[in-house]
Design a protein around this ligand. Sequence first.
Ligand code: GTP
Ligand code: MG
Length: 387
Amino acid sequence: PTTVSVGQLAKLLNVRLRTLQRKMEEAGMQAEMSYDYVLTSDYAALLAEEFGRHPIINDEAAFDLYPPSPHPNPQTLPSRPPIVTIMGHVDHGKTTLLDTLRSSTVAASEAGGITQHIGAFCVPVKTGSDSESTIEGHERLITFLDTPGHAAFSAMRARGTSVTDIVVLVVAADDGVMPQTLEVVELVRREKERGKIGMVVAINKVDKPEADAEKTKLALLAAGVLLEEHGGDVPCIEVSGLTGKGLADLVETLAVMADVMDLRAEQDCPTVGCVLESRIHKGLGPVATVLVTRGTLTPGTPLLAGTSSCSTRRLLSSSAHPLNSVGPGTPVLVTGWKSLPSAGDEVLASSEADIKRARANRQRKRELESVIGGVEAINAARKADKE
Ligand code: GTP
Ligand code: MG
């Protein structure tokens, strides 16, 4: 049905008419409260959501895009690079550490010369070369994310769509455990309850004379972080982002953890991803760094993120190389957006027609919500005035 009366809706929701009417009154819908008033499906759906229901309405106004359902045999899927997020207190050296990692690996693999900082990149790293195994060290990919992109991370966390496999907690040895260090510890603890996420501690700036790694480790212990050397399961590596000391160890540790996690993703389903950051580029217009999480993204694919649509003109790697396709676990700069998507938005691929329909609905829903939100704010202000 495209419409429903107030009386019918109360029956459908299995609530008393008066209860529904009170909810409508709160939302400023006094004029629409009579028993036989016919509600549009938009309003009916919003009211149903107020009662904790998620109505499925077979009608144009409810059309939206959803990610493809999970693969029935995940263990048969191809493996993907681990997504490693660098977190820690302000100025503890996250960006420096990543830049050093990146320039050393980029320099080793291809002609570099890229000094500009990029918040998300995928690099080939050599691991296992000095292990006892007889196999020569092999190259594998690791995706690193820097986190001033806090907005994206809190948005994804709120939606339970966090993309991180492993958190590297950076703690400067000259400064020790600080408030944001503890925030990360708490965040990882909560994420662990939801599913698997790994953590590695990088005690940074050990090149400084005033660095006190032991004191920092004890402070972490006091904060409930059980390092391996204290009998726990959190690896801890002493590093210097400035000199590069310990970075090979850090990468090796990440590679081993990723192997144990056995990360896999579907490559041949419609693309799913998330927006890590977005901005207006002078020459390219609105651009977004998208982390592909499922499927394979190619130029020409129509995308939707929030209410921003994109016809995927170009895909650029973190070193500005044009790419023909991008698989799961890889961040990529996407051009061709009609408007700027928001960090944290889910990215979905579909046909141009379906994207147009879904976009129109999302926009209308957003407007409706802001109207209802506005009325609620006015009512709250009135109520406060009376008191
Ligand atoms: P925010 O993004 O602002 O939170 O900072 P950050 O954690 O990314 O720190 P950033 O890499 O910008 O480094 C902060 C300062 O610490 C800079 O002046 C760096 O040069 C310095 N620094 C970073 N790593 C090291 C290190 O290993 N040794 C020394 N001596 N200094 C470092
Ligand atoms: Mg930084």
